[in-house]
Design a binder for this molecule. Structure first.
Ligand SMILES: Cc1ncc(COP(=O)(O)O)c(C=O)c1O
Length: 370
């Protein structure tokens, strides 16, 4: 039986009626730009992330771009981030004219290391962009304590609904940062039927300006206080996401169950290191990412048995050709480079059946002769 890395059709089959009804409502209303579904989703995401304001936009990439712009980050500024993330985290820093400064990761969690971030700060640093990678939150409170003068843009594209327990209280992804950003790319735990994104903040002044920046920089049509973007969350996408949102907690819980099952099944394999979740974190497991000996051969072996897997990410951002101008040599972020050689993500989507998971486990074990 083939086991895909992700099976969105299985999810759609379960919720099809609700999603189609929601889409038809938008079509009947003929109100496609912003409007009620977008506002309703913004309120729901603000509530989920314990934030005062949420602003829908066109993608997770644009959410980062808007966050950088609203903090007035541009030419001559440095922004510290992780090299072990999806490209958009650093691409947006470059695209506002600033310089991405890559600090190495914590090898346990794959998230930005606080010590390395602190060491990378200079008088030109204007912000830090930690990423909540694979579904677990970065150490926001540690970064805030280590670099108290810098705003934090939390790239929570992969981690909507993830949380971290601090002093007996749950802190949600997006809650503690100056600005948090989400992506509704279809493969995310809360995925649309196309692109979508959202920005969250506790700061009313930032929220007001973010709302303007997403509609060309003006509060009143045809009058522009500044130059912004056309970056709205599509009403059709908002309708899909609203229909899916009530399932998010259950889907993420299913992913955690699958992760626990894998953890147990691989516990005796010396060649495999299962993911480390910080004891303070509850991950939403957007990915279940192992470190594996002979990773590339393992992936080939799985492919031969019809089992999907993926390498997130094969080349860290400080080593990407487009960032050669920054002058990072091999060895400058050794943990990110090692992770890029060792990681492999296995199917962990909510609809994965026990039989499919057992098949995946058997295939991994057989590769190591177990
Ligand atoms: C960590 C991270 N940042 C940013 C993005 C960009 O989001 P989008 O694809 O919605 O533009 C993604 C996802 O694709 C991501 O995983």
């Amino acid at each position: 039986m083939p086991v895909p890395l992700l099976d969105l059709r299985a999810q759609h089959a379960r919720i099809k009626d609700e999603v189609v009804r929601a889409l038809l409502q938008v079509v009947d209303d003929q109100l496609f730009i912003l409007g009620a579904p977008v506002e309703q989703l913004e309120r729901a995401v603000a509530e989920l992330s314990h934030t005062r304001f949420a602003i829908g936009c066109a993608s997770g990439t644009d959410a980062l771009l808007l966050a950088l712009r609203v903090l007035n980050i541009g030419r001559g500024d440095e922004v510290i981030t992780t090299p072990f993330t999806f490209f958009a985290t650093a691409g947006t820093i470059h695209n506002v004219g600033a310089t991405p400064v890559f600090a190495d990761i914590d090898p346990a969690t794959f998230n930005l290391s606080t010590a390395h971030a602190r060491a990378a700060a200079t008088p030109q640093t204007r912000a830090v962009v930690p990423v909540d990678l694979f579904g677990q939150m970065a150490p926001l409170e540690e970064l805030a304590a280590a670099l108290p003068h810098l705003p934090l843009i939390e790239d929570a594209a992969q981690s909507i609904g993830a949380r971290r327990r601090l002093d007996g209280e749950w802190m949600m992804a997006g809650e503690r940062a100056t600005i948090g950003t989400f992506s509704f790319f279809p493969s995310k735990n809360l995925g649309g039927y196309g692109d979508g994104g959202m920005v969250v903040t506790q700061d009313e002044r930032l929220a007001t300006r973010l709302r303007k920046l997403r509609v060309h920089g003006g509060a009143t049509q045809y009058f522009h206080e500044e130059v912004g973007y056309n970056s709205r969350l599509d009403a059709l996408q908002a309708a899909v996401l609203l229909a899916k949102l009530p399932y998010l907690a259950e889907w993420s819980a299913r992913r955690r169950e699958h992760a626990a099952y894998y953890d147990q099944a691989f516990a005796d394999l010396a060649d495999v290191r299962t993911p480390t979740i910080d004891a303070r974190n509850e991950s939403i497991y957007n990915q279940y990412t192992l470190r594996a000996e002979r990773r590339d051969a393992l992936q080939e072996h799985l492919k031969g048995r019809g089992i999907g897997s993926a390498i997130y990410y094969p080349l860290p951002l400080h080593r990407q050709p487009c960032f050669a101008y920054l002058g990072y040599r091999e060895g400058t972020c050794p943990e990110a480079e090692r992770a890029a050689r060792e990681v492999l993500s296995l199917p962990v989507y909510p609809e994965l059946t026990r039989a499919q998971q057992d098949e995946t486990i058997a295939a991994v074990r057989s590769f190591y002769g177990r």
